[in-house]
Design a protein around this ligand. Structure first.
Ligand code: AMP
Length: 215
């Protein structure tokens, strides 16, 4: 008997870049989440379905068993913590970096040298806290949920910690990248209990993904 498998994905880049990996596992998603309003998408395999959730919710769905497995960025996992999550693969997709950026007219290096207290706006509070603590820089962290680039422009913060890919968004807002904190890519996460009860179908997917990413 085929055991049912539920995969949690977010729309956009991760979804697009996951399709070839699913194909390698013989799975074709039958709906386009950009066109459909459905949150549960069927696949060509009757026992495999895809949930469309927000990127930051993927670890939560997998941790509590709402999904057996999911794909999400290293940034999201570091913020969420990895309780109950098995992380077998770095899928090398949705690559970017997480960086510190400031207004072009802000002298970040001398602010750091002088031991100034910096106001930093970010969605990535845990990553930012750890990074600045490791540098011995005192910061007041301001949690935002989006459009971080705005904060230094209106005097809400001296710096932001955000994802950077091409750098075009920073440039368009007269911001400059002053530190690269870490490289980011998306990981496969699996519910540890599901791995025990649905070992074979999950192993088949993990192995197909591993083959497709050359690991
Ligand atoms: P870019 O202009 O190419 O540097 O992209 C920067 C914008 O896209 C920022 O608002 C980021 O939050 C977002 N971004 C870049 N890469 C990713 C990614 N891999 N996952 C999610 N958001 C991203």
């Amino acid at each position: 008997m085929n055991q049912s498998i539920t995969l949690a994905l977010s729309k956009g880049r991760i979804f697009e870049e996951t399709l070839p990996l699913l194909k390698a596992a013989g799975i074709v998603v039958l709906d386009d989440p950009e066109k459909s309003r459905k949150l549960i998408l069927a696949t060509n395999q009757p026992h495999v379905r895809v949930l469309v959730v927000r990127a930051t919710d993927v670890p939560t769905y997998v941790q509590y068993g709402g999904a057996d497995l999911g794909i999400t960025g290293r940034d999201t996992l570091l913020e969420h913590g990895n309780q109950g999550l098995y992380q077998p693969l770095d899928l090398q997709i949705a690559k970017c970096r997480i960086s510190v950026a400031v207004r072009a007219d802000f002298d970040y290096a001398s602010a750091v040298r002088q031991g100034s207290r910096l106001r930093v706006a970010t969605k990535y509070v845990a990553i930012a806290r750890e990074f600045f603590a490791s540098k011995g820089v005192h910061v007041d962290l301001i949690k935002l949920y989006g459009s971080m680039e705005l904060a230094p422009l209106v005097g809400l913060a001296d710096a932001i910690v955000d994802l950077v890919s091409t750098g075009n968004t920073l440039k368009a807002n007269q911001l400059v990248e002053v530190e690269r904190i870490m490289d980011i890519s998306s990981r496969l996460v699996v519910n540890q209990a599901a791995l025990k009860t649905k070992t074979q179908p999950l192993r088949d997917i993990i192995n197909a993904f591993a083959g497709a990413v050359g690991q």
